[in-house]
Design a protein around this ligand. Structure first.
Ligand SMILES: C[S@@+](CC[C@H](N)C(=O)[O-])C[C@H]1O[C@@H](n2cnc3c(N)ncnc32)[C@H](O)[C@@H]1O
Length: 319
């Protein structure tokens, strides 16, 4: 067979490029999607169980209370495409009620975690066709061929992952979702609401320091996969609420003047200089409805938890 001639960057090349671009920028930043190697996914699941991390509890409460109504919006003959499906916990609540036939396409960047979660769902719901897709949803998504006869596509996007995008990028992603589901399709999405600073900052800086470990795991991943030499003890985790932009900003702050090697490249840090590793935007219901409308969706229903901490909304594209 002739040698393959290709200029397509591998996932690893792209990771290296994104890391070096981000660390050479001013201010320094890293894309949050790289948190999710195997260990990052396990740490995120632990975050979801922390007493301070209200979003998962609030969203699960909304799903438990309103899953039947949401399932009715989806209807039978639906393809449910879940973006950033993680451990696929919330979809279980929905699949109990979704009329059959239906099929489920979980999409996640964290491959092994995705496969294990998809296997669990397939064992639990034997009458649902489950087709996991290991992909980066910020790039082009090629949906798998399915056996189920599909009349409607619905994207399920829980976990306030949309908040990790700046509003303009969030609108672009919602627009791509609108194109993916097409006329008659829908979007069931969970987003976090603006609330008191102390509640927000605690949620991203817990007493057990699981979020700190999750944040620093990104440096560990760079060391392992890109031949880096970050000294994790020389960086501190910070989570700050930026009220101007209604967002939590997660940072790793250098505790000293230091130089870090990543393969052949060198990156200098001054003491106190930070790398922004994640943005988590908080919304008001009206502003999120507006964003969805700009992407081409009509508002269907919005559900919130009893504390008004979190919202799940169903939007659709007119036929
Ligand atoms: C905040 S977690 C939410 C997990 C789960 N949906 C929940 O509600 O608990 C974000 C999830 O999206 C995945 N993810 C993040 N960026 C991604 C990307 N660009 N493409 C695909 N998956 C991504 C992560 O691996 C992780 O499972």
């Amino acid at each position: 067979m002739p040698a393959q001639l290709t200029s397509e960057p591998t996932v690893q090349d792209q990771f290296r490029r994104d890391v070096l671009d981000g660390l050479r920028a001013k201010p320094k930043h890293l894309p949050s999607k790289y948190f999710y190697d195997r260990q990052g996914s396990v740490l995120f699941d632990r975050i979801c169980e922390l007493p301070e991390y209200y979003p998962t509890r609030a969203e699960l409460a909304i799903m438990r209370q309103h899953a039947e109504e949401m399932a009715h919006c989806i209807g039978s003959h639906g393809m449910i495409i879940e973006l950033g499906s993680g451990s696929s916990i919330k979809i279980g609540l929905l699949l109990r009620h979704v009329p059959r036939p239906t099929c489920y396409v979980p999409i996640d960047i964290s491959g092994e975690h995705l496969q294990e979660a998809a296997d669990r769902i397939a064992r639990k719901f034997t009458d649902v066709e489950v087709c996991p897709l290991h992909a980066d949803f910020s790039g082009e998504i090629k949906l798998p061929e399915v056996v189920t006869s599909v009349e409607r596509r619905v994207v399920y996007f829980p976990g306030s992952t949309i908040g990790n995008f700046r509003p303009a990028a969030a609108r672009d992603l919602l627009t791509r979702i609108a194109t993916m589901v097409g006329p008659g399709g829908g979007l069931l999405i969970g987003f976090d609401l603006v609330k008191r600073r102390d509640i927000l900052e605690r949620a991203y800086d817990d007493a057990q320091q699981v979020t700190a470990a999750f944040n620093k795991n990104l440096l560990r991943r760079i060391n392992r996969e890109l031949d880096g030499d970050f000294r994790l003890a020389e960086f501190s985790h910070r989570a700050i609420y930026n009220a101007t932009h209604d967002r939590i900003e997660m940072h790793l702050v250098s505790d000293s003047n230091q130089t870090v090697s990543i393969g052949d490249a060198q990156v200098g840090f001054s003491s106190g200089e930070s790398i922004c590793t994640e943005l988590s935007h908080k919304y008001r219901i009206e502003s999120f409805n507006q964003l969805a409308a700009q992407a081409g969706f009509s508002v269907g229903r919005v559900w919130t938890d009893s504390d008004n901490h979190f919202a799940v909304a169903y939007y659709s594209i007119e036929e």
